[in-house]
Design a protein around this ligand. Sequence first.
Ligand SMILES: C[S@@+](CC[C@H](N)C(=O)[O-])C[C@H]1O[C@@H](n2cnc3c(N)ncnc32)[C@H](O)[C@@H]1O
Length: 362
Amino acid sequence: MKDLYSVDWTFKEARTEPLHSIHPYPAKFIPQIPEKLLELFSPKKNLCILDPFCGSGVTVCVAQKMGYNAIGVDLNPIATLITRVKTTPVADDFLNICDSIVEECKKHEQPVEKKNFPNIDHWFSVDIQYALAILKEQIDVFRDYQNYDALNFCFSSIIVKVSNQDSDTRYAFRDKGKTKTDVLKFFLQSARKLKKNSIKDGTTATILNMNSLHLDDQIPNNIGAVITSPPYPCAYEYWLYHKFRMYWLNYDPIQVRGEEIGARYSYFKKSKYEGYDFAVQMTKLLSYLYDKCVPGAPLCFVIGRSKIHGQIYNNDEIIADIGKSIGYKYIATLTRDMVNSRKSFNLSHARIKVEYIVVLQK
Ligand SMILES: C[S@@+](CC[C@H](N)C(=O)[O-])C[C@H]1O[C@@H](n2cnc3c(N)ncnc32)[C@H](O)[C@@H]1O
């Protein structure tokens, strides 16, 4: 597959499409990565494309756009909410519904029920708490509406912006001086961006909110390509990044933390570090996928290195070795520079400068 080496996988000049920038998500793919991989391997159109760690759904969206049925799996309920919304058309009355929700919110001074979760008063001013709770109550009136997910997506997208958390990537206190008017204004801005950029129609996308290590017969036996970026150890904590969003949307972040692969928490909670779980987890997943992929299917893993308790782990080599031992053909390890503006991962804090695309084939 010498064509793989003729591509500059850094994609320095690439622009992110607006649909992928409405809702924040850490370590998001740039669409050019799955696009190019699908172009080069061109699986048959009757096969399914799978991302077992779909995050904000970039692989699923790209596959859908290219005419494939796609499957995305993620443990984090915010990830699967985002992916469901990005792969579903938005109805013509969506903006009218959003406007009516906002008008209704303006009539209320207080929510029916005050929201409560640990440290809520530290991270959200009382005014903002009320405004968010009223907005969520009005959104929930539309529980049976076909784009109820899209309403929650817009709500979720503004949570950190109106909180006292410095930014999506900085977990420090900063009173940003936002008001309840901002809550409604940002909600409508998100809604307009979504309506403008949502897909008009497309092939089927199946989105599963579950642990990829516990997959069973949910995945069909006609997977034509796997394109994914696993959550490698000590890089990001997705549950933490979305903690407030999960609380506001009535999910349990602590339960997600317990099952999240690679979360710092699992490496540093133990008084004595007991081993590199990641290799065991990837062996389980790659063995499972072997039965699901058709012969010739490529499996592409975008991954960087981990540093834990001072030791470097080459996750790319670990995946390549596991793949070979299971019976996959090892095709290539491609390198991408993590240039500031065009990285698929936003890991400047972890001083990761390079990431790899490990390509295996059944
Ligand atoms: C690197 S991110 C994927 C980002 C994705 N490529 C995108 O474009 O947005 C890794 C994802 O793995 C998910 N994850 C972590 N542990 C998981 C598990 N046990 N099962 C399924 N997903 C998991 C995280 O929630 C996170 O969304």
